[in-house]
Design a protein around this ligand. Structure first.
Ligand code: NAD
Ligand code: DAU
Length: 365
């Protein structure tokens, strides 16, 4: 039986991972530590909140004594560290929070793990898994080979620089102190509970309301899309089969230019409106409700400063050593994701109008 501390478990990927793990390991203990920033939502854990195996703690990863206390009192042996500031645009406008959470916060987690697991020897075996990003490797040209685990770090945004720094700290704690760490660097996730500031959920919500679909620059930037369910299975493989001190790239094998991706999403929406007439009344301001193409909403806007041109992940190491393979194709993943946003309007409406944040403030002061 594994006893996990999942940081950032009320965020997009963390919450998907909590659902995944409780589904595949129903007897394990799962403690979620999350500060519930704008990106963290208890609504993401609504369907599992009454599971006796799950405990939610509102707290900050920079609070080292709190992390130590949780590790001790729950006899936790595994940390899956998701908590971070994750949005590149926000890092450009306000880098400080990224240094505080991603760098200092990760160091606080490492210090707590070192004290309880290495100094006090509170558990027999332990694992500190750090969830990182392909953005630490920088930007690729159109013909460059995909990022491998050996690609030189070249982060370009305050976000990716802060993630790179956190990766180095994790590596150093393994090398210097012998902490049993693993790191996974993954590509762009999408799927349920994705906060509507990121490309795919923003485009879905905007097109349903007939709002512009802003494409940065020329729309030719390439991302390698990974369905969040594949990412969760990849992390599970790292925990179960990965070797301490190792790094694993996890990708979706689905490169797409942003413009092409948004056009595909628009086509998915147009088909959904044809197949589900109730959408016409529910989203009357969407072009699809008038039989027009959602893609007419596309607008090219000023580029993101320092915008990385292309990311692509070579995950052959994870395939070879862990038996990892992405299962969800981009086409199917976009259809499922669009359907999820249609069926779970309560979720994104609550997230966007701030009602969850207000509820959290009254219940979790
Ligand atoms: P997210 O922004 O949706 O969620 C982050 C979570 O961390 C939120 O629940 C937030 O409340 C919590 N958090 C933030 N600061 C905290 C603090 N100081 N203490 C405790 N909790 C705090 O992020 P995400 O998209 O789910 O990403 C999760 C992790 O995966 C991050 O480390 C990110 O860098 C990495 N990652 C994300 C992607 C992606 O496509 N989303 C891709 C590669 C890597
Ligand atoms: O590659 C992994 C990274 O993917 C993660 O580490 C980050 O946490 C995650 O946010 C994501 O970063 P991106 O910057 O790639 O994701 P975002 O959804 O913000 O943007 C995807 C692409 O779409 C990017 O090229 C910028 C572009 N874009 C984004 C938005 C929000 C637009 O053209 N218009 C938009 O409105």
């Amino acid at each position: 039986m594994t006893r996990l501390l999942i940081t950032g478990g009320a965020g997009f990927i963390g919450a998907n991972f909590v659902h995944h793990w409780l589904g595949t390991h129903p007897a394990d203990r799962v403690v979620v530590l999350d500060a519930l920033t704008y990106a963290g939502n208890l609504a993401n854990l609504e369907s599992v909140k009454d599971r006796p195996e799950l405990r939610f703690v509102r707290g900050d990863i920079r609070d080292t004594p709190l992390v130590e206390q949780l590790l001790r009192e729950e006899r936790l042996d595994t940390i899956v560290h998701f908590a971070a500031e994750s949005h590149v645009d926000r890092s450009i406008h306000g880098p400080d929070a990224f240094i505080e959470t991603n760098v200092q916060g990760t160091h606080s987690m490492l210090k707590a793990a070192r004290t309880v697991w290495l100094t006090e020897r509170a558990v027999r075996e332990h694992r500190f898994h750090h969830v990182s990003t392909d953005e630490v490797y920088g930007s690729l040209g159109p013909e460059d080979p995909a990022f491998t685990e050996a690609t030189r770090y070249a982060p370009n945004s305050p976000y990716s620089a802060s993630k790179a720094a956190s990766d180095h700290l994790v590596r150093a704690y393994h090398h210097t102190y012998g902490l049993a760490t693993t790191i996974s660097n993954c590509s762009n996730n999408y799927g349920p509970f994705h906060f509507p500031e990121k490309l795919i959920p923003l485009m879905i919500v905007n097109l349903l309301h007939g709002r512009a679909l802003p494409i940065y620059g020329d729309g030719r930037n390439v991302r390698d899309w990974l369905h969040v369910s594949d990412h969760c299975r990849g992390i599970e493989r790292v925990l179960e089969r990965g070797k301490p001190g190792e790094v694993y790239n996890i990708g979706g094998g689905a490169e797409s230019e942003n413009l092409a991706l948004v056009e595909t999403l628009c086509a998915v929406a147009d088909r959904a409106f044809q197949q589900r007439p109730e959408l016409i009344e529910a989203f009357a301001s969407s072009p699809a409700a008038r039989g027009e193409k959602s893609a007419t909403l596309i607008q090219f806007v000023k580029d993101r400063p320092g915008h990385d041109r292309r990311y692509a992940i070579d995950c052959s190491k994870a395939e070879r050593e862990l038996g990892y393979k992405a299962e969800v194709t981009l086409e199917r993943g976009l259809q499922d994701t669009f359907a999820w946003y249609l069926d779970q309007q309560w979720w994104w409406r609550g997230v966007m109008d701030g009602s969850y944040q207000r509820w959290i403030e009254t219940h979790y002061r």
